[in-house]
Design a binder for this molecule. Structure first.
Ligand code: UTP
Length: 295
């Protein structure tokens, strides 16, 4: 099958339990990172890679997320009357970024199950998956890097990033053969291994270019001990058949479900805003001094 990617699946149906109580009623993917909800950065990454058909896999409580990518005519009128043209343009632009399709995941049975819910929409085409709470920033959008490789190599590709050894047990870790700088043919995929059993420090991050045969594998996998169907378990079938590549993405990544990453992401963007950065730096400095200078 010739790999040409047009659709992107963004699963956003999870409960976000790590982020409670903030996520009691607010989807985790809608938590603000500086001036935008986290998921907007993910959609922008897709858009920059030329992917304009976004399939959100949602759940009952995610209406507010879909509304964010829709017009809000009353608000637009208020901004227009107030002469707030710049804000008006920003608010309108979000609604025009991409075409939104939404499918429901009726039970939260894991990332693999969420991707399977998109089967009827994706049909028999290659597609991208961007995990809705994983922000990745690199000079060239991470998913674009993967699409380029998938097109050249005509194979599914997953994004990996190096993590410290003590953190490998939080991730799916790959083992493989480096066939070009930063590009690996995946031989093994271990879900959350103990550091001494990890085949490498290369962790699977939430960026994938997949072919539709993954849906057949997703239907065959068994749930894990928590009753969740993991995407990595379906990817193992491809690895066994030597049909999976992993590309090391350079850049910076924030897992919005992790409080340290979440708070760091806000500071990262605040520091990049010239209007804020001086004051923010000073405020952070004062705060650290108040804490006894320990960091
Ligand atoms: P996570 O495991 O990070 O999200 O899934 P979660 O389950 O919402 O969060 P915690 O662990 O309870 O805090 C990564 C992404 O996959 C989506 C989530 O919404 C998140 O964006 N997801 C997860 C689904 O769409 N469906 C699921 O069943 C599980």
């Amino acid at each position: 099958m010739k790999i040409n990617v047009e659709k992107v699946v963004i699963p956003v149906a999870g409960w976000g339990t790590r982020s409670l109580p903030a996520t009691k009623n607010l989807p985790k993917e809608m938590l603000p990172v500086y001036r935008k909800p986290a998921v907007q950065y993910v959609v922008e990454e897709a858009m920059l890679a030329g992917l304009t058909d976004v399939v959100f896999v949602t759940s009952r409580s995610k209406k507010v997320l879909l509304d964010h990518f829709d017009r809000n005519l009353s608000l637009e009128l208020v901004l227009k009357r107030a002469g707030k043209e710049e804000l008006l343009e920003q608010v309108k632009a979000v609604a025009e970024m991409v075409n939104i399709i939404s499918v429901r995941q009726k039970e939260q049975l894991g990332l693999g199950h969420a991707v399977l819910c998109a089967r009827e929409v994706v049909k028999k085409e290659p597609f991208a998956v961007l995990v809705g709470d994983d922000l990745v920033f690199s000079q060239e959008p991470a998913i674009k890097q993967l699409i380029e490789v998938a097109k050249t190599e005509q194979m599914p590709v997953i994004g990996v990033m190096e993590v410290p050894l003590e953190k490998v047990s939080n991730y799916g870790i790959i083992g493989g053969e480096e066939i070009a700088p930063g590009l690996f043919r995946v031989k093994k995929l271990h879900e959350k291994p103990a550091p001494e059993h990890a085949p490498s420090r290369l962790a699977v991050v939430g960026r994938y270019v997949l072919t539709p045969d993954i849906f057949d594998y997703l239907e065959q996998i068994e749930p894990d001990l928590r009753g969740e169907y993991q995407l990595t378990d379906a990817l193992k079938f491809l690895a066994r058949e030597n049909r999976l590549l992993a590309l090391k993405i350079s850049g910076i990544r924030f897992d919005i479900g992790d409080w340290v990453d979440y708070l760091t992401a806000n500071i990262y963007f605040g520091l990049q805003d010239q209007k804020l950065s001086r004051e923010l730096k000073q405020s952070l400095k004062n705060l650290l001094e108040d804490q006894g200078g320990s960091c």
